[in-house]
Design a protein around this ligand. Structure first.
Ligand code: ZN
Length: 138
Protein backbone atom coordinates (compact mmCIF):
# COMPACT_ATOMS: atom_id res chain seq x y z
CA UNK A 1 0.00 0.00 0.00
CA UNK A 2 1.32 3.44 -0.90
CA UNK A 3 1.06 6.20 1.66
CA UNK A 4 0.00 9.35 -0.23
CA UNK A 5 -0.62 11.78 2.63
CA UNK A 6 1.80 14.44 3.93
CA UNK A 7 4.66 13.04 6.01
CA UNK A 8 6.20 14.82 9.03
CA UNK A 9 9.79 16.01 8.98
CA UNK A 10 12.10 14.87 11.78
CA UNK A 11 13.85 17.58 13.77
CA UNK A 12 16.76 17.44 16.18
CA UNK A 13 14.47 17.07 19.19
CA UNK A 14 12.19 14.49 17.53
CA UNK A 15 14.72 12.26 15.76
CA UNK A 16 14.82 9.65 18.59
CA UNK A 17 11.07 9.24 18.24
CA UNK A 18 11.30 8.60 14.49
CA UNK A 19 14.31 6.30 14.90
CA UNK A 20 12.24 4.22 17.34
CA UNK A 21 9.17 4.28 15.12
CA UNK A 22 11.19 2.78 12.30
CA UNK A 23 11.93 -0.16 14.63
CA UNK A 24 8.32 -0.43 15.80
CA UNK A 25 9.08 1.16 19.17
CA UNK A 26 7.12 3.99 20.76
CA UNK A 27 9.86 6.23 22.16
CA UNK A 28 8.71 8.80 24.70
CA UNK A 29 10.53 11.79 26.21
CA UNK A 30 10.93 11.65 29.99
CA UNK A 31 12.35 14.18 32.39
CA UNK A 32 15.38 12.93 34.30
CA UNK A 33 14.56 15.25 37.21
CA UNK A 34 10.82 14.74 37.87
CA UNK A 35 10.64 11.36 36.01
CA UNK A 36 7.44 12.34 34.20
CA UNK A 37 6.79 11.48 30.57
CA UNK A 38 5.54 14.26 28.34
CA UNK A 39 4.13 14.40 24.86
CA UNK A 40 4.99 16.07 22.45
CA UNK A 41 8.81 16.15 22.41
CA UNK A 42 10.36 19.48 23.38
CA UNK A 43 13.54 20.95 24.78
CA UNK A 44 12.20 21.57 28.28
CA UNK A 45 10.09 19.52 30.70
CA UNK A 46 6.58 21.05 30.77
CA UNK A 47 6.13 19.86 34.37
CA UNK A 48 9.27 21.15 36.14
CA UNK A 49 11.12 23.12 33.42
CA UNK A 50 14.20 20.93 33.60
CA UNK A 51 16.23 20.57 30.42
CA UNK A 52 17.63 17.21 31.57
CA UNK A 53 15.54 14.94 29.35
CA UNK A 54 15.91 11.36 28.18
CA UNK A 55 14.07 8.93 25.91
CA UNK A 56 12.42 5.75 27.10
CA UNK A 57 10.74 2.97 25.19
CA UNK A 58 7.03 3.15 25.93
CA UNK A 59 4.76 0.13 26.24
CA UNK A 60 2.69 1.18 23.24
CA UNK A 61 -0.40 0.75 25.40
CA UNK A 62 -3.03 3.29 26.30
CA UNK A 63 -6.72 4.07 26.54
CA UNK A 64 -9.05 6.39 24.64
CA UNK A 65 -9.37 9.70 26.48
CA UNK A 66 -11.73 11.23 23.91
CA UNK A 67 -12.38 11.10 20.18
CA UNK A 68 -13.95 12.95 17.27
CA UNK A 69 -15.26 11.80 13.92
CA UNK A 70 -13.72 13.92 11.18
CA UNK A 71 -16.26 14.62 8.42
CA UNK A 72 -15.25 18.08 7.21
CA UNK A 73 -11.59 17.85 6.31
CA UNK A 74 -9.62 19.73 3.74
CA UNK A 75 -6.62 19.27 1.50
CA UNK A 76 -5.07 15.85 1.09
CA UNK A 77 -7.19 14.25 3.84
CA UNK A 78 -10.48 14.92 2.03
CA UNK A 79 -10.72 11.44 0.56
CA UNK A 80 -9.95 9.83 3.93
CA UNK A 81 -13.11 11.20 5.57
CA UNK A 82 -14.89 10.19 7.59
CA UNK A 83 -12.21 8.98 9.99
CA UNK A 84 -11.74 9.08 13.75
CA UNK A 85 -9.12 11.06 15.63
CA UNK A 86 -8.54 10.49 19.33
CA UNK A 87 -6.52 11.57 22.30
CA UNK A 88 -4.84 8.55 23.83
CA UNK A 89 -3.95 8.42 27.52
CA UNK A 90 -0.52 6.84 27.37
CA UNK A 91 0.18 4.15 29.98
CA UNK A 92 3.35 6.08 30.91
CA UNK A 93 1.48 9.38 31.26
CA UNK A 94 0.39 12.33 29.11
CA UNK A 95 -1.70 12.16 25.94
CA UNK A 96 -1.06 11.64 22.25
CA UNK A 97 -3.28 12.78 19.38
CA UNK A 98 -3.75 10.12 16.75
CA UNK A 99 -5.82 8.73 13.96
CA UNK A 100 -7.69 5.86 15.57
CA UNK A 101 -7.89 2.55 13.75
CA UNK A 102 -10.06 -0.48 14.30
CA UNK A 103 -13.22 1.60 14.67
CA UNK A 104 -16.07 2.40 12.29
CA UNK A 105 -16.40 6.16 11.74
CA UNK A 106 -19.99 5.54 10.63
CA UNK A 107 -20.79 3.97 14.03
CA UNK A 108 -19.21 6.31 16.59
CA UNK A 109 -21.65 5.06 19.24
CA UNK A 110 -19.57 1.87 19.30
CA UNK A 111 -16.39 3.75 20.31
CA UNK A 112 -15.90 3.61 24.06
CA UNK A 113 -14.06 6.18 26.15
CA UNK A 114 -11.51 4.24 28.17
CA UNK A 115 -11.19 1.45 25.62
CA UNK A 116 -7.77 -0.17 25.48
CA UNK A 117 -5.65 0.72 22.45
CA UNK A 118 -2.25 -0.30 21.18
CA UNK A 119 0.14 1.57 18.93
CA UNK A 120 1.07 0.36 15.48
CA UNK A 121 3.33 1.86 12.87
CA UNK A 122 2.89 2.27 9.15
CA UNK A 123 5.75 2.96 6.79
CA UNK A 124 4.95 6.19 4.97
CA UNK A 125 8.24 5.88 3.14
CA UNK A 126 11.67 4.33 3.69
CA UNK A 127 12.57 6.75 6.51
CA UNK A 128 9.29 7.64 8.19
CA UNK A 129 7.09 5.16 9.98
CA UNK A 130 4.00 6.82 11.41
CA UNK A 131 2.24 5.86 14.65
CA UNK A 132 -1.45 5.04 14.71
CA UNK A 133 -3.46 3.56 17.55
CA UNK A 134 -5.85 0.65 17.24
CA UNK A 135 -8.60 -0.49 19.58
CA UNK A 136 -7.72 -3.80 21.20
CA UNK A 137 -10.43 -6.46 20.97
CA UNK A 138 -12.15 -6.95 24.30
ZN1 ZN B 1 10.43 17.47 34.87
Amino acid sequence: MTYNLPVPTAGTHTQPFWDGAKLGKLMLPRCSDCQRVHWYPRFICPHCHSTDLEWIEGSGEGTIHTYAVQHMVFGPWTEEAPFVTAYIDLKEGDRMLTVLRGVDAEKPEEIRIGAAVKVEFEAANEDMHLPFWRVVEE
